[in-house]
Design a protein. Structure first.
Length: 353
């Protein structure tokens, strides 16, 4: 049951009236400690933040406006996952809430945890295009990375002049790791690499003409963005055959494996659909070619990807199309065994058949 601040205030008054505590402040402090907080002020802040996140996720702009009017400091708070309220609104594609937050003074360029993601770049990586456009309308100036994700060729052009590429064209960038899982600089240190990072986002967001421009200006089609997947792999994710053909024509490799699934560019999107929970996209691909249910990467099958992250809907689709529940991953586990090891007994039972 969700804690309610008004109910807790009433409970504190009742405790004081009962004689259990000498003062209202002592009763409030006791309640705060009962719920894991050192003080009433910290309990109040935690409950307000929980309520603000709920309002944002539900798209309740009026409710968020009322709460921020009563507690203005919340707009600059940081949630436990490192996001700000503006990141949450951006990721959830809530343009009306974005407008409210910006009007209340939300920091526009705050980073999401240890990433380089501003609210705008986070919106774009989440495909939250309405929220992204609202941020631009509210005064956020896109860097090269974000201009590419927006598909704004005019803005991308502006980063080049007669003297070449503007220095440090990107403030934001993809969350990149090496094969050992160690974080790489975000954005990349070299300006030329920032052009390739922008190409990754253009491919992820299906921006054909921006991708063409960036390739014409030195972007690497085999640049690895998020998940260690190449630009070609992310173009495959977009499902745009013309974009994929462009990347291949410019040297995109069909043999380079991503870091997360160790899959080829053609298999990578199926892994993402299965492991990240995109059942509609997975279904569309399998309806077009049912044999794809049996593809695999070096670490396992599509069912393993679904099992590892607890994705029941993709698992059901894969089983319907004949995916092999007895296949073993690189560590010798079946999808059911992997789901059970992750503590998901219900999914394991489904996979056991």
């Amino acid at each position: 049951m969700r804690l309610n601040l008004e109910q807790l205030r009433k409970q504190a008054k009742e405790l004081r009236a009962s004689g259990a505590h000498a003062t209202l402040a002592e009763a409030q402090r006791a309640l705060a400690r009962e719920h894991g907080h050192a003080s009433w002020a910290r309990l109040k802040r935690a409950l307000e933040l929980t309520e603000l996140r709920r309002l944002i996720e539900e798209g309740d702009a009026a409710g968020a406006d009322a709460l921020l009017t009563a507690s203005p400091v919340l707009v600059k708070a940081t949630f436990e996952d490192g996001s700000t309220p503006l990141h949450v609104a951006a990721g959830e594609n809530r343009p009306a809430v974005v407008e409210v937050l910006v009007q209340h003074g939300a920091p526009l360029h705050a980073a999401y945890g240890k990433s380089a993601h501003s609210a705008l770049s986070w919106a774009l990586t989440c495909w939250s295009y309405e929220a992204a456009e609202k941020l631009v309308a509210m005064g956020v100036e896109p860097d090269l990375f974000c201009a590419a994700g927006l598909g704004r060729l005019d803005l991308v052009h502006a980063f080049w002049s007669e003297g070449g590429l503007r220095q440090k064209p990107s403030r934001t960038g993809s969350s990149r790791y090496d094969e050992a899982g160690q974080p790489l600089p975000r954005p990349p240190r070299r300006d030329a690499d920032q052009v390739s990072d922008a190409l990754y986002l253009a491919c992820r967001c299906d921006r054909l003409e921006v991708a063409r421009w960036l390739l014409d200006h030195g972007a690497d089609p085999n640049w690895r963005g998020y998940a260690g997947a190449t630009c070609l792999a992310w173009a495959e994710f977009s499902g745009n055959a013309e974009l994929c053909a462009l990347l291949r024509d410019r040297g995109g490799s069909d043999t380079l494996l991503d870091h997360q699934y160790r899959a080829t560019p053609r298999v990578f999107p199926l892994m993402v659909y299965s492991g990240w929970g995109f059942p509609r996209l997975l279904l569309e691909r399998l309806q077009a070619d049912a044999s794809l249910a049996g593809v695999r990467g070096e670490r396992g099958t599509l069912l393993h990807a679904a099992a590892e992250s607890g994705q029941e809907a993709p698992a059901r689709i894969l089983l319907h199309f004949g995916a092999d529940g007895g296949a073993r991953d690189a560590e010798g586990r079946t999808p059911a065994e992997l789901a059970r090891a992750r503590g998901n007994a219900a999914l394991a039972a489904l996979l056991d058949g």
